[in-house]
Design a binder for this molecule. Structure first.
Ligand SMILES: [Fe+2]
Ligand SMILES: [Fe+2]
Length: 158
């Protein structure tokens, strides 16, 4: 079963806590489904959807405030996930597709957090002053130092 681990960390305690809670929701869902408790299973999916929508809002606001350039594409991936989850939930009313739903959730969460969410981590770290982000050079300021003409990046001469 997919679980949150430190290798998935975004360096934000808030986002990491939300990611961990999402894996917890899938665990609850899995245990309800394995016991054949359809109402409890559906309740667990509803809870997961509510948690994940909150998480998407937090994450999307964070990406905006940190100037993450891949935000639009990332948001689109969130929207596609929500649309697919809604389809699976509708289908769940007609037939028990909990196994398929769990597989989708586990795979998507793991892949998205391990790959997509990692893309914004350098921008969070920049805000914390931990690491530079590739991009436009920052001007040198303070102590009357003169700014270098070409900034501070390490592009090869062209
Ligand atoms: Fe996330
Ligand atoms: Fe995300």
């Amino acid at each position: 079963m997919a679980k949150w681990s430190v290798s998935l960390s975004t360096t934000s305690p808030l986002l990491d806590g939300q990611h961990e809670a999402l894996f917890g929701c899938v665990e609850e869902l899995t245990s309800a489904a394995s016991e054949g408790r359809t109402l409890l299973t559906f309740h667990a999916v509803l809870q997961l959807r509510s948690y994940i929508e909150d998480h998407f809002s937090t994450e999307e606001a964070m990406m905006l405030s940190h100037g993450f350039p891949g935000r639009a594409e990332h948001v689109l991936e969130h929207r596609r996930f929500s649309a697919r989850l809604s389809e699976l939930m509708e289908e769940n009313i007609r037939r028990d597709n909990s196994k398929e739903m769990i597989e989708f959730l586990e795979r998507w969460l793991w892949d998205h957090i391990a790959r997509r969410d990692q893309e914004y981590v350098p921008y969070l770290q920049r805000a914390e002053g931990k690491e530079a982000v590739p991009g436009p050079a920052q001007p040198v300021t303070g102590n009357g130092a003169r700014q270098r003409d070409e900034g501070q990046d390490s592009r090869p001469d062209s």
